[in-house]
Ligand binder design. Structure first.
Ligand code: ARG
Length: 456
């Protein structure tokens, strides 16, 4: 590419090792937008004539059209997307093209391209997160009165509404959307005009360039601007956390879809069979999503590790920033869309879930609460009910089927009337009405709030 000081051709191996156009071609839209803004600034500064600017703009738009149509040929020997586009422009329009790189380096060029690309990608991910939230709310609404056991330590804990369980994920995803939006909002300073490291002796209107490219301001320090990849680390971190959430949701879906739980059924369209066992219907989407959390974490670790030892400012190591980001954005985006589709086709096996939620042991805490209302200190009440649980276990009867005399012997507070009321599932749920708790009235309000917020 450059003759200048070089007398020998670059090693073929180095060319292959160093080329990035194989993946950074994806920055073509941003590269062309950035070049047009830069050319406009060069014209305003008198470096380009108006005619030269127009030739550059038309040439770049033509190249952009060809790339979009798939007819542009990227050449690996031109290393990256920036040099491919600039070389094609100069081949087509001559000297005006050769003026485009005035007061610019690929260091500020790649920083602005990548930031613009990622800002758009974060916005797109946010809308896909909203889509998954809508599917969760839809699934919850289709079974708004359904009850299932809630678990801690994967042991049955207390009954909850199915909708309450799904809305927990809606909350998590809302924080994910917030993190992605925050990351995008911090990508609002334009690096273009920082040059290779120390700006340029040719003065350009950086404010105007920033504005044209949709940034609120130019970056304040030219060295920071070309060395910074925080924006990529932040987006990868937000995506990794979201991957963790979707992986936990996957685990619930996988458990619920098993014969042991049998709480949900997935559609044929969203499950796979076994090559050997004819009876199998496997929840592969959820398993893949759980597995892909691993690469989302890996991509974050890869970039943090690339960056940690780099002296200021740009170092070629930083070319390793793009593949993890492209991979995480695509992985997250596909996962969000497919997961939403899977939930839209899923149904709850309400009887099975209710059967499990009707286990009287799930209301042992409620029985202790009744003792507390009768003046028994909670620690004591806990011990009394624990004794009754053990007794029922020994006798092989459900907790609420112990004899009146056995309850009375444990505590005079536990009359049959009090016991029967404590074991009524419906009133036990209705009583959980503190903010955030799963009474049907609360959950109904939350569902309505989310439907409105999501336009669902
Ligand atoms: N392809 C390079 C990258 O992705 C562009 C910047 C190259 N800058 C340089 N000084 N070699 O980082």
């Amino acid at each position: 590419m450059w003759k200048g000081r070089f007398e020998e051709d670059q090693s073929g191996l180095l060319k292959a090792y160093g080329e990035s156009v194989g993946f950074d071609w994806q920055l073509h839209r941003e590269d062309i937008r950035g070049s047009i803004a830069h050319a406009r600034a060069l014209a305003a500064a008198g470096i380009l004539t108006q005619g030269e600017f127009e030739k550059i703009e038309a040439g770049l738009r033509q190249i952009g059209g060809e790339i979009a149509a798939g007819t542009f040929e990227f050449r690996r020997e031109l290393e990256d997307v920036h040099m491919n586009i600039e070389a094609a422009l100069t081949e087509r329009i001559g000297d005006a093209g050769a003026k485009l790189h005035t007061a610019r380096s690929r260091n500020d060029q790649v920083a602005v391209d990548f930031k613009m690309w990622l800002r758009t990608a974060c916005g797109d991910l946010v809308s896909k997160v909203r889509g998954l939230q809508r599917s969760l709310v839809g699934f919850a609404s289709r079974h708004s009165a359904a009850v299932l056991p809630g678990y801690t330590h994967l042991q049955r804990a207390q009954p909850v509404l199915f909708a309450h369980h799904l809305l927990a994920y809606v909350e998590m995803l809302d924080r994910d959307a917030g993190r992605l939006a925050d990351a995008a909002a911090r990508m609002d300073a334009c690096p273009l005009g920082s040059g290779a490291i120390a700006g340029s002796t040719i003065e350009l209107d950086r404010e105007a360039v920033a504005k044209e490219l949709g940034f609120s301001k130019p970056t304040a320090n030219s060295m920071d601007a070309v060395a910074d990849r925080d924006f990529a680390c932040e987006a990868l971190a937000a995506i990794a956390i979201m991957g963790m959430h979707i992986s936990r949701l996957s685990e619930d879906v996988i458990l619920w879809a098993s014969a042991e739980f049998g709480f949900i059924a997935l559609s044929d369209r969203h499950t796979t069979g076994s090559s050997l066992m004819p009876q199998k219907k496997n929840p592969d989407i959820a398993e893949l999503a759980r597995g892909k959390a691993g690469r989302l974490y890996g991509n974050l670790m890869a970039l943090l590790t690339v960056m940690k030892g780099l002296p200021l400012t740009y170092n070629r190591d930083m070319q390793e920033d793009k593949e993890p980001v492209f991979d995480s954005v695509k992985t997250a985006s596909d996962t969000l869309v497919l997961f939403a589709e899977m939930l839209d086709g899923a149904s709850l096996c309400g009887d099975r879930a209710l059967g499990a939620a009707s286990d009287p042991l799930l209301l042992a805490t409620d029985l202790a609460d009744r003792l507390v209302e009768g003046g028994v200190p909670f620690r004591k009440a806990h011990e009394i009910v624990g004794g009754l649980v053990a007794l029922a276990g020994k006798k092989g009867v459900p907790l609420h089927k112990l004899a009146d005399a056995e309850f009375a012997a444990a505590s005079p507070v536990l009359t049959r009337k009090v016991v029967d009321a404590a074991f009524d599932l419906e009133s036990a749920l209705a009583a959980r009405k503190a903010p955030g708790a799963p009474s049907p009235a609360n959950v109904g309000r939350e569902l309505a709030r989310w439907k409105k917020a999501l336009g669902a």
